[in-house]
Write a new protein. Structure first.
Length: 99
């Protein structure tokens, strides 16, 4: 599931015309890295999961973690909840080239 979320982060909304909700790269790259909690991003992940028929997993939260060496490149941690169990926190890789 974490790998799927990572693919969503690396995909642009225009990559698949039939599923623009899948690509979250632009939304994540536009997020304010100085704000810790990102509920709108969690909602976007959850909408995409529902569109794919995944109802057993939800993203409980998305948190930005500032990068001390590059302020413009924060990392993000998601709290992934599977079947109503306690959320598991996992980092998502957000490295991509600007372009």
């Amino acid at each position: 599931m974490v790998k799927l979320l990572g693919v969503m982060v690396g995909t642009t909304a225009s990559s698949w015309s039939g599923a623009p909700w899948f690509g979250l790269r632009k939304r994540l790259s536009a997020a304010n890295p100085h704000v810790s909690q990102h509920p709108a991003l969690a909602e976007a992940f959850n909408r995409a999961l529902k569109e794919m028929g995944i109802d057993w997993a939800t993203v409980a939260s998305v948190r930005a973690r500032p990068n001390p060496t590059d302020e413009s490149d924060p990392s993000y941690t998601i709290a992934l909840q599977i079947d109503g169990e306690r959320p598991v926190h996992k980092a998502i890789e957000t490295k991509w080239s600007a372009g």
